[in-house]
Design a protein around this ligand. Structure first.
Ligand SMILES: [Zn+2]
Length: 131
């Protein structure tokens, strides 16, 4: 992970943000300390436009998860798979759990955020790897 912070995180698109996630990642923090993702131009909590990039914590904690047995069409992930919301400090991320123990995921489990390509759509996919 490099120490270079993007100059204008609020102007970064989702793909740029997802690419950065593979190398540690960042989230957007406003002058009042509200974290938000994905990057946007205005803090969704207080409307502040003074946004800067803060490094994403190395590991997050699973807040909730669910096993998906029927995938939305074109999603590109073979069911069953597990989606989860994990808390990384001030922000929450939604992603797919991948790893040797993805069937044993539980609330509070530590995960690392990573990024993978959705082969069906070409979009970036947030992936959680149990640690
Ligand atoms: Zn704010």
């Amino acid at each position: 992970m490099s120490d270079d912070k993007p100059d204008a995180p609020a102007n970064a698109g989702y793909d740029e943000w997802a690419d950065a996630l593979a190398e540690g990642g960042y989230y957007v923090e406003c002058a009042n300390g509200h974290g938000s993702l994905p990057p946007r131009r205005v803090c969704p909590e207080c409307g502040s436009r003074e946004l800067s990039a803060a490094p994403l914590p190395e590991t997050g904690e699973v807040a909730t998860f669910s096993e998906v047995h029927v995938a939305p069409s074109g999603f590109g992930e073979e069911p069953p798979y597990v989606t989860a919301i994990a808390e990384f400090g001030a922000v929450r991320l939604t992603g797919i759990v991948r790893g040797p123990s993805d069937r044993d995921i539980e609330v509070g489990a530590p995960v690392r955020a990573d990024v993978a390509d959705n082969e069906a759509t070409g979009d970036r996919l947030v992936v959680f790897r149990p640690v």
